[in-house]
Ligand binder design. Structure first.
Ligand code: CUA
Length: 311
């Protein structure tokens, strides 16, 4: 597992995180030294030049060209060091090495979808090969999101109608946290995931089994239900959350806000996922985002199969 981080920073696990941390500590220590010098001078002057009796008038101050010039020169040099260092780290953070493994990232309320070069679409967790540069090309199908992996020191806004990208190289096979760091709606704080870095061979095995291969539609649907964070709004045990529970849903009569009553058959389940605003059930807010309509058809089929099975 290696370095578990410090009081100031989380563990460091990418090829750029060491550089980011050095820069952070440089700026921190410069600030600490200047703070101590300023406070010490202030305390010294308070004691040295305090008024001893009422009516005492201070002696006029004389400027010291030497002192003034040296503070200007020293602070300019410090700022230039921080700038040069920071700019080098910035370039390293922003320019992916040629030949990096590319994964397409689609953000939506409130999940991350990852599309691999072979066409596999995987929701929730990002699986990557360790010790290999990985470049993420990201966009959003609804609002602003932001992709953040603290242990890699990479963070990038994800926007609709525009691609943004980040790259990283995990320095070991392990599991790291992904956060959305741009407020994107009421389930923003639940828009979490993990980066799972595998050794190369294990990654290839994972990719081969990442679709629904080998699973029944219900099992695949159950996995997708968790990966797509459906469970943050829909329980499977009858508990009332933001949206209706899935328990006993299939085959039941649904009272809609339009006054109609419909049977929850397969078509109802599918249309409730892809066009949730079309048939809103009475007693619940129309809170489900339409983003799930972008799931591939085989994943929608699997979700419907799973919801049918929750009795
Ligand atoms: Cu997506 Cu916050």
């Amino acid at each position: 597992m290696g370095d578990k981080g410090t009081f100031w920073l989380p563990e460091s696990a990418s090829t750029v995180s060491g550089d980011v941390d050095s820069l952070f500590y440089l700026v921190t220590w410069i600030s600490v030294v200047i703070f101590v010098l300023v406070v010490a001078a202030m305390v010294y002057f308070m004691m040295r030049y305090r008024r001893h009796h009422a009516g005492q008038v201070g002696a006029p101050a004389h400027e010291s060209k030497w002192f003034e010039m040296s503070t200007v020169v020293v602070s300019t040099i410090l700022v230039l060091i921080v700038f040069t260092w920071g700019f080098r780290v910035y370039l390293k953070l922003n320019i992916a090495p040629p030949g990096a493994y590319e994964i397409q990232v689609t953000a939506s309320q409130w999940k991350w979808d990852y599309t691999y070069p072979d066409g596999t679409v995987y929701a929730g967790d990002l699986h990557v090969p360790a010790d290999k540069p990985v470049r993420l090309v990201m966009n959003s199908i609804d609002v602003l999101h932001s992709f953040f992996v603290p242990q890699f020191r990479v963070k990038q806004d994800v926007l609709p109608n525009r691609y943004s990208s980040v790259w990283f190289e995990a320095t070991r096979a392990d599991t790291f946290d992904v956060y959305c760091t741009e407020y994107c709606g009421n389930q923003h704080s639940g828009m979490l995931g993990q980066v799972i870095a595998h050794p190369q061979e294990e990654f290839e095995e994972w990719l081969a089994s990442a679709g629904g291969g080998g699973l029944s539609p219900e099992e695949y649907g159950e996995r997708l239900f968790g990966q797509n964070n459906c469970n943050t709004c829909h329980s499977i045990d009858g508990t009332r959350l933001v949206g209706p529970t899935m328990q006993g849903l299939f085959g039941s009569q649904r009272q809609l806000v339009s006054g109609e009553s419909v049977e929850a058959d397969e078509n109802y389940l599918l249309s409730s996922i892809v066009a949730p605003a079309a048939q809103v059930v009475e007693g619940y807010p129309p809170a489900m985002p339409p983003s799930y309509g972008s799931l591939p058809q085989d994943q929608l089929d699997a979700l419907v199969a799973y919801i049918k099975s929750v009795q």
